[in-house]
Design a protein around this ligand. Structure first.
Ligand code: ADP
Ligand code: ASP
Ligand code: MG
Length: 423
């Protein structure tokens, strides 16, 4: 007997029929003698619908109330799934995050899980029930409902698996695993049977939507075995077959003896670029610009400072698009005037495209292959950042899909063995 946490995303929970299919799948695992905790997302489109309603009422909705609202999507889908299981004769009980409780900090709309008391869930499991715990939500110290950021049900599931010391966390979604890049953009993308934890962490942090980054961080911290697989297969598929499908996140670097130089490509439109022109080139200037941004809890991603010409320099940086408005306000009202900067230029029509691979550690020239391929397509690189296992560029977002497809081809990711050596 194993203890398995299964997460089902919005598409997987998207209709009554799909919820009934999830129930059949869960019932199969339960009847085979496993203890099962299910973490569902809201039905597809529901979180967007709720957030749009909030925007209809207020241009800047109160964030506590926004979380109170958004959390209802998961409460509905969880209870519907419990009913579907009970219809199949499987004892099941659903809980909202606060009932478990899943404790978080108080950063509404992007709260972090601090602890989970799994005892109530474990007691239900021991009594033979399937337990359903809402994804995406928790409760803070003062008892306010919080949500974990878009895509947060992944994190709920992996954190729940860690708290229960589960044998495995299965992330059921609308694709059959983690691909070399988003198969919606590059139909030739290939599914990876395994992916190293480090590569998954990079892909998620660089914008690949398949897993929320914090779920990968939890998996790494607590060594939770995570498998990403399809919920759209036959729900009666034999368990052995199901449990070896999809993509396993592995912590064993050795399992990828022949690590691909580049194993995946991530992209993100969630970028906004700001440039301050004619900034006095004096010590402390970067701090004077970025300090107030950090104090406002805005995360800065890439930074570029040009060479100084006649004592002044241009300073550029990127933030997430959701923070663009506040960043511009800070720059115009506070930072620009205080340091005596010239023009402030905001550009939200940029995107980030990244290549990721642990093989990049031992191969020189990967970045230059990337830059050449982009230049041959006439794509101008505006900013670059690198780490041991990734290279990212900021480009005009109208070229995003072209850049992703070009790099996928150049690094031969559509081919069985991955990129041996890009030509
Ligand atoms: P869920 O609702 O199940 O959480 P998401 O929409 O959040 O599903 O994530 C699944 C989607 O992620 C896929 O439909 C796919 O378009 C996208 N995706 C992005 N990058 C990748 C990738 N490298 N491999 C697989 N899917 C990816
Ligand atoms: N329902 C939430 C969202 O749409 C959380 C999730 O699906 O993971 O972002
Ligand atoms: Mg998701």
């Amino acid at each position: 007997m194993s203890l398995i946490v299964q997460k089902y995303g919005g598409t997987s929970m998207g209709s009554v029929e799909r919820i009934q299919n999830v129930a059949r799948r869960v019932a199969k695992w339960h009847r085979a003698g496993h203890q099962v905790v299910v973490v569902p997302s809201a039905m597809s489109g529901e979180t967007n619908r709720l957030l749009a309603l909030a925007k209809d009422i207020s241009a800047h909705p109160n964030t506590r109330e926004q979380d109170m609202l958004a959390a209802t999507g998961e409460q509905a889908s969880s209870s519907l799934l419990a009913m579907a299981l009970i219809e199949l004769g499987v004892p099941a009980r659903s809980y909202a995050g606060w009932q478990v409780p899943v404790k978080t900090d108080s950063s509404y709309t992007k709260a972090r899980i601090k602890s989970i008391d799994a005892s109530r869930v474990q007691a239900d499991l021991d009594a033979g029930r399937v337990v359903i715990v809402t994804g995406f939500q928790g409760i803070d110290e003062e008892g306010h409902i919080t949500t974990l950021g878009r895509g947060g049900s992944d994190t709920s599931a992996v954190a729940m698996a860690a708290a229960l010391k589960a044998d495995e966390c299965l992330i059921f979604t609308d694709v059959d695993g983690v691909y070399t890049t988003d198969p919606r953009v590059v139909p030739e993308a290939r599914r990876m049977g395994v992916i190293s934890f480090e590569e998954m962490l990079e892909l998620a942090s660089l914008g690949s939507k398949i897993l929320q980054i914090r779920s990968v961080e939890f998996a790494g911290k607590y060594r939770v075995p995570v498998r990403v697989l399809s919920s759209l297969t036959d729900p009666d598929l034999p368990i052995d077959e199901e449990d070896s499908s999809g993509t396993l996140i592995t912590f064993e670097e050795d399992t990828k003896m022949e690590a691909a130089v580049v194993s995946g490509i991530a992209f993100s439109r969630d970028e906004a670029k700001f440039t301050l022109r004619a900034v006095p080139d004096t010590p402390g200037v970067a701090y004077s610009i970025l300090g107030p941004i950090a104090d406002a809890n805005i995360e800065v991603d890439m930074i570029l400072q040009n060479l100084s010409v006649q004592g002044t320099t241009d300073f550029s940086f990127t933030v997430g698009r959701a923070d663009a408005e506040r960043t511009l306000e800070l720059l115009e009202k506070q930072i620009g005037p205080s340091i005596g900067a010239g023009e402030i230029v905001a550009d939200s029509k940029v995107c980030k495209v990244s290549i990721v691979g642990i093989g990049m550690r031992s191969h020189a020239g990967v970045a230059s292959t990337m830059f050449r391929a982009l230049s041959e397509e006439g794509i101008n690189i505006q900013m670059i950042s690198t780490s041991e296992i990734k290279t990212s560029v900021i480009i005009d977002d109208k070229y995003m899909e072209l850049a992703v497809r070009t790099l996928h081809r150049v690094f031969e990711l559509d081919q069985e063995k991955g990129a041996a050596e890009a030509k």
